[in-house]
Design a binder for this molecule. Structure first.
Ligand code: FO1
Length: 313
């Protein structure tokens, strides 16, 4: 019997590529995408959820394909007005994108939770899979840096373009977070868990750190397979390899596998790399580069068929 129900854990731009591939490689109704919200923050009185929005815009074909985040054919009239009022914006919120943040913030103030609001946007935009924020509570990734001390995540990532040297990471609010019943149900019903090629420390760890999440994943007797975020020791985009070095780790598949530990029981490395020297129930290679929309679908198809073939053995 084919493994049908898939739960995907992801962050933003890199993870959205695999989410897009899976969405088109399988019946989307069987896909649940659990998204990091550790990057969320408040700006101009609005709640911004960059990773959830990147997934939503990507799956509804509204994303800006050049940046991988934000909306295509965007205008920035609101932002361009701000310097007249003495404000220098460093986070590029487009006018169309602002509409979503305004509605989300209004709904939050009215007492709706982030899962309900995310579902409302996904339904409105015709998305047929489930997009679920990792938690309804507000959790903030804080980055302690050599140069500037502790920074809010978006200051570190966008304002300083992830150039400061990372000392450590902290998830403010994580102890108060609770496992969302929608996530519990999706994982109980899943036939496989896929950990996307997102940054393990910045994007996946916040999801795994929700109290009870690691135990819930470990308790399942299904494939739990991570797709490498590295090709030949480098991330396709973003600071994965840089922060690994800053944390004293070699930017290798072995370091990623060790970091995930027994949360995963399988790993997919890129075909350009050697087989990681680790024993896992499932270990195979693919061409993991998703530099075109067609290749995202091919990677997802190959991933699903390889996992299915191996499980049948
Ligand atoms: N990333 C940037 O590098 N610069 C930006 O100005 C920026 C604005 C932005 C606005 C809305 C949104 O949903 C995402 C945005 N991102 C921007 C991307 C995002 O902040 C990061 O890629 C993620 O947080 C890391 O996963």
């Amino acid at each position: 019997m084919a493994l049908e129900k898939v739960v995907l854990l992801v962050g933003g731009v890199g993870g959205a590529k695999l989410a897009y591939g899976l969405y088109h490689a399988m019946p989307p109704e069987n896909l649940t995408v659990i998204v990091n919200t550790g990057d969320d923050f408040w700006l101009y009185g609005l709640r911004i959820c960059p990773d959830v929005d990147t997934i939503t815009y990507t799956l509804s074909n509204r994303v800006n394909k050049t940046t991988g985040w934000g909306v295509a054919d965007e205008t920035f009239i609101t932002l361009e007005t701000m310097p007249l009022l003495g404000e220098t914006p460093w986070f590029r919120l487009g006018d169309k994108d602002l509409a979503l943040h305004m509605i989300r913030t209004q709904y939050l103030h009215k007492g709706k939770n982030l899962s309900e609001i995310t579902k409302h946007f996904a339904d409105s935009l015709g998305i047929r899979c489930k997009i679920v924020p990792m938690a309804n509570e507000f959790i903030e990734t804080k980055v302690d840096t050599v140069e500037y001390g502790e920074l809010d995540f978006q200051e570190y990532f966008v304002k300083y373009r992830w150039q400061p040297t990372l000392k450590s990471l902290r998830l403010a609010g994580i102890d108060q977070a609770t496992l969302n019943p929608i996530i519990q149900d999706a994982i109980h019903q899943a036939d496989m868990i896929i950990v996307g090629p997102s940054n393990p420390w910045l994007s996946i760890n916040p999801i795994l750190s929700i109290p009870g999440m690691r135990d819930l994943l470990r308790s399942t007797h299904i494939p739990r397979i991570a797709l490498t975020p590295l090709i030949q020791g480098q991330a396709v985009k973003g600071p994965t390899a840089k922060i690994m070095q800053e944390m004293g780790l070699s930017p290798s598949n072995e370091s990623v596998i060790d970091y995930y530990g027994d949360v995963i029981n399988g790993f997919v490395y890129d075909e350009r790399d050697h087989q990681p020297a680790r024993s896992l129930e499932t270990l195979f290679s693919l061409d993991t580069l998703m530099d075109t929309e067609a290749k995202r679908i091919t990677v997802a198809q190959n991933l699903l068929s390889q996992i299915n073939d191996r499980i049948k053995l």
